[in-house]
Each structure stands twice: as structure tokens, then as C-alpha cells.
Design a protein around this ligand. Structure first.
Ligand SMILES: [Zn+2]
Length: 207
């Protein structure tokens, strides 16, 4: 697969991107916050220019069609955003297109949870994390995956009654074949954790 070069909107530097469309790699580890650990990570939606540090939407930057690859390809890859970058963006949301708000909040949630994956899963949510989750809850629609995220957010916020109510709508849709069956294992784990009053981040499958 060829590397794609995007042009930084700020300084014009070519930014090397792995192809956006790549086969889904099986065998990753799925976590209850939707974070999927795989050997070939999905390219991010937002990234930083290696040359000037400007943050841009990587899918919207113009592709450089004919440009010769820069001499040292290894040095011009997209720089992933850090937790601090996401925190800063969330502090300035009014300057950012609304279409990215839920993405930013999900990323901020998942990056914070990295401290809990395989480490201390009893670490309580900070106030900033709680605020982020409460705001994210309002942004999520009714698609199957989003409804599951709502259950998970409510569970992590320890609002178990509300979590159970949303989960029950999913369970009845599953009976009617109106909910994607591939989420079955995740639904079962969430149901069990809610019944146990357990708000910890869960590893759903994988090694
Ligand atoms: Zn730049």
C-alpha cells in the first residue's frame, strides 16, 4: 500500500499518512469504552503537522498527488495528538467544528483510560473526565454502537439505574433482531457488570 501525502493547511509541508482504508485486523483487544488495541492502529481523524505543529483534520487536508516523497519519509509522518492536546482542544471547543466534538470527547475518554488498561482499573474518574463523559452522553445518537457507549458511560459514572434502562432497550431490540448481533459479548459483559454495581473499565476480549 502506498503512503499518501497530505498538505498541511498551515505551513504546506507534506504529511505522510498510512492509507485511511485498510482491512480490519482481527485479533485486537476490545475494551468496554470502545477502544480497540490492534497491531495496525487506525489512522486518527485529527493529527499534528510534524513541521509546524498545526492540528488539522487529516481526511480533509488536500492530498498531494504528484509530489515526490520527501527525502526522509520517516521524518514526516503525522504526529499523534497527546492527552494534553485533546484537553486543550476541549477547552476551545467553540473554535472547532461541531462534527468533531464527539470524536474529541471519545478520544479524551479513551486516552485517559489508557492509565487503567492493564494497570489500576480501580482509579476513580477525575472531575474533568466526569464532565467530559456527561457532555459526550448528550452528543451520542441512537446508532447501535452509540447506544452501547451510552450504557458504558452511565456505568462508568456509576449511574447504574440509567445504564440499565438504556441496556434494556438494547436487550429487547436484540430479541427482535433489531440490534447488531456482533455486540452480543459486549452487551453480556455490560449487563453483568451493571448487575454487580461494577464501574471499572472492562477488557471484553483479546489477549
Ligand atoms: Zn504544518
Amino acid at each position: 500500500m502506498h503512503t499518501i501525502y497530505k498538505q498541511c493547511a498551515h505551513c504546506g509541508a507534506p504529511i505522510a499518512l498510512s492509507p485511511i482504508l485498510r482491512p480490519h485486523s482481527p485479533g485486537g483487544t476490545l475494551w468496554s469504552d470502545g477502544y480497540l488495541e490492534t497491531s495496525s492502529a487506525e489512522p486518527p481523524l485529527l493529527g499534528k503537522c510534524w513541521a509546524c505543529g498545526a492540528i488539522g483534520c487529516l481526511t480533509e487536508l488536500p492530498t498531494i498527488e504528484s509530489a515526490a516523497p520527501p527525502a526522509d519519509e520517516a521524518d514526516c509522518g503525522v504526529v499523534p495528538l497527546t492527552l494534553d492536546d485533546y484537553a486543550l482542544l476541549l477547552d476551545n471547543l467553540q473554535e472547532i467544528s461541531a462534527q468533531f466534538h464527539s470524536y474529541l470527547r471519545i478520544k479524551f475518554w479513551q486516552l485517559n483510560n489508557h492509565r487503567r488498561r492493564g494497570n489500576d482499573d480501580t482509579m476513580p474518574l477525575s472531575d474533568v473526565e466526569r464532565t467530559n463523559l456527561t457532555e459526550l452522553l448528550r452528543l451520542l445518537g441512537e446508532e447501535d454502537a452509540n447506544r452501547l457507549l451510552k450504557v458504558e458511560i452511565l456505568r462508568q459514572l456509576q449511574e447504574f439505574e440509567d445504564a440499565r434502562m438504556v441496556l434494556n432497550t438494547i436487550l429487547s431490540d436484540m430479541v427482535n433482531g433489531a440490534f447488531d448481533e456482533q455486540y452480543g459479548p459486549l452487551v453480556a459483559r455490560l449487563r453483568q457488570s451493571i448487575a454487580e454495581g461494577d464501574a471499572r473499565l472492562l477488557r471484553i476480549n483479546g489477549v
